[in-house]
Design a protein around this ligand. Structure first.
Ligand code: ADP
Ligand code: TZD
Ligand code: MG
Length: 586
């Protein structure tokens, strides 16, 4: 049956029955999309309205879904991506065609890169016109463009395929290694009409969308053998472990093994950062001197120096890796014991295999790690208590560290360069999935989208600690925060620039240096403009008062925290990744 033929037939039925006695026995593409999503427990949509999806959003709201409209699709997309991380269900972002689609695509690619399940639903223009490139309104071959940037991409052309199309999108997003899925809905599809009973029957409830992937017993045995023979073992927990929601099992494994562990940034809080086995503050020693490293839901990518080089020292290493994606094994270095499966099943199998008489690692090793850790903690402590004006990162973050300790349920969103790197090491997390940040790409702009989704999906208060540059990428979404009256407190670390506010234009010309912003900017007034609370603070004591007041109020708030413009370093802690010029005098 050709698409034209079937549409013509449906149109005729629609025409004939619209005002007649049979009205009400029909459904349409709009409502089938809604019914299919609801049937699969997807009830929240992050979107920007416009042709052809404006009415879809309206009908979704009418049908009881939560439809949150953003000021820019990229932030709706970052919200959907992190909703996926937080809930293990695909977060859904909905955009208009071509430019809206492209705005959303960055976040879809980000979701895929970070292994977060997300579906980008985009309206699109008429296929017949797009394929002949005849210049339709917002014409673009979206499916082709999305494909290389996501895990799967589908287009639905017939109303009767909506159920199966949405089922495929959901399963593709959450099964195996999670990721972003693109779903193309041409405008014409939404208006297609079909018999309501047949429509209902065409819907698919996805059963067991992310099936457990049980590791092979031989792989588990091999891993335990490697671990048992380790003299200086280390566990690294990544955001895949946080995503897996196997919190109790992971904690049991770490504690039973007696092995020091390092959390990657979004795995912080899986066990409290104050846990005696945390090696966080002794990271370099632990990486350099360990002889066996067990990775749990973490990749040996740039964030771990690809598993080799200076960071890892001279001690020969053996890696054990738990991951749901078989292709991840040996991606950077040889994996001595690959354990392919979902984190929950793998950790359970390891625990079972460890038996009752598992021996703790040599005390010489654990003592070395914990001694180094305690020395570093003691060295840092006075810096975190300083009340300097202008504030440095340590003084300001020392305050926020206490606030999170007192409010462990709050979700911390964090982006920037220095603002990110200092906050990651200074602010202890106490519960799983409470720290959300720039992820695998180190992308700026996730802030407000993540803050909004975190508040919406969990109902918990959010503290967003933002570099002034980082905040600027999504700053307009403070209106969204105010519109939905979300308990989000944004703290802008205002050092007047990217990394520092002190660069000068070497030519003496009228333009400021490329990394410098307007001096003495008042970001707090942006929040006030939309009815939220604004604070302007210059000392750690004032910062503490303002953030506590903001968080007690449960209202949208923005604290403009003035940071010493000299305090930061180029690119925070990853300045080494900058290429060097042999010509520049810098
Ligand atoms: P981090 O940045 O914290 O080091 P990465 O994003 O690099 O973490 O790695 C996350 C890894 O977790 C990915 O390789 C992904 O395949 C894996 N992963 C995601 N979910 C699961 C799961 N449920 N079970 C096992 N592995 C998972
Ligand atoms: N664009 C995007 C999307 N992501 C990026 N990471 C960058 C640009 C480059 N970039 C960084 O890597 S950090 C950063 C940029 C622009 C901003 C750092 O400044 P900040 O933080 O004000 O947010 P600090 O505290 O001043 O270092
Ligand atoms: Mg800055």
């Amino acid at each position: 049956m050709s698409s034209k033929g079937s549409n013509a037939a449906i149109d005729t039925i629609a025409q004939e029955t619209h005002d007649g006695p049979e009205a009400g026995t029909l459904t349409d593409g709009f409502h089938l999309v809604i019914d299919a999503l609801k049937l699969n427990d997807i009830n929240t949509i992050y979107n920007v309205p416009g042709i052809p999806i404006t009415d879809l959003g309206r009908f979704m709201q009418e049908e009881g879904m939560r439809v949150l409209s953003f000021r820019h699709e990229q932030h709706a997309g970052y919200a959907a991506a992190i909703a996926g991380f937080l809930t293990k269900k695909p977060g859904v972002c909905m955009t208009v065609s071509a430019p809206g689609f492209l705005n959303g695509l960055t976040s879809l690619a980000h979701a895929t890169t970070n292994c977060f399940p997300m579906i980008l639903i985009s309206g699109s223009s008429e296929r017949e016109i797009v394929d002949l490139q005849q210049g339709d309104y917002e014409e673009m071959d979206q499916l082709a463009i999305a494909k290389p940037l996501c895990k799967a991409a589908y287009r639905i052309l017939h109303a009767e395929d909506i159920g199966i199309g949405i089922a495929r999108a959901i399963r593709a997003a959450v099964s195996g290694r999670p990721g972003g899925v693109y779903l193309d809905l041409p405008a014409k599809l939404l208006g297609q009409v079909m018999d309501a009973d047949a429509g209902e029957k065409s819907l698919v409830k996805v059963i067991d969308a992310a099936p457990a992937q049980i590791p092979a017993p031989a792989a588990v045995e091999r891993a335990l053998e490697v671990l048992k023979n380790a003299k200086r073992p280390l566990i690294i927990l990544g955001k895949g472990a946080a995503y897996a929601q196997a919190d109790d099992e992971i904690r049991a494994l770490v504690e039973k093994s007696g092995i020091p562990y390092l959390p990657m940034s979004m795995a912080k809080g899986l066990l409290p950062d104050t846990h005696p086995q945390s090696a966080g503050p002794a990271r370099s020693l632990a990486l350099k001197q360990s002889d066996v490293v067990m990775m749990i839901g973490a990749r040996l990518n740039w964030l771990l120096s690809h598993g080799k080089g200076k960071t890892w020292g001279d001690a020969p290493k053996k890696f054990i890796q738990i991951d749901i994606e078989p292709k991840e094994m040996d991606s950077n270095v040889e994996i001595a014991a690959p354990v392919v499966g979902d984190v929950g099943s793998c950790v359970q199998a390891l625990l079972a295999g460890m038996g009752e008489d598992w021996a703790a690692p040599p005390a010489e090793w654990t003592e070395a790690v914990y001694t180094k850790k305690n020395t570093n903690i003691e060295r840092m402590a006075p810096k975190l208590r300083n009340n300097n004006v202008p504030m440095d990162y340590q003084g300001a973050l020392g305050v926020l560290r206490t606030i999170i300790a007192e409010r462990p349920d709050a979700i911390l969103v964090n982006e920037g360069a220095n603002t990110l790197d200092f906050a990651r090491s200074i602010i202890d997390m106490y519960k799983p999935r409470k720290r959300l940040d720039v992820g695998t790409w180190g992308v700026m702009g996730i802030g407000m989208g993540q803050a909004i989704a975190a508040a919406v999906e969990t109902g918990h208060p959010v503290l967003a600690v933002e570099g002034d540059s980082a905040f600027g990428f999504s700053g307009m979404e403070v209106e969204t925060i105010c519109r939905y009256n979300l308990p989000v407190c944004v703290v802008v670390f205002n050092n007047g620039g990217i990394y520092r506010g002190t660069d000068v234009n070497p030519t003496g010309g009228p333009d400021v240096a490329p990394t410098v912003f307007v001096k003495d900017a008042r970001y707090d007034k942006m929040m006030e403009a939309f009815g939220g609370l604004g604070f302007h603070v210059t000392s750690p004591d004032d910062l503490k008062r303002a953030v506590n007041e903001a968080m007690d109020s449960g209202k949208p708030a923005l604290v403009n925290a003035v940071i010493d413009e000299n305090a930061g370093t180029e690119s925070g802690r990853i300045g080494n990744l900058n290429p060097q010029s042999v010509v520049s005098k810098k």
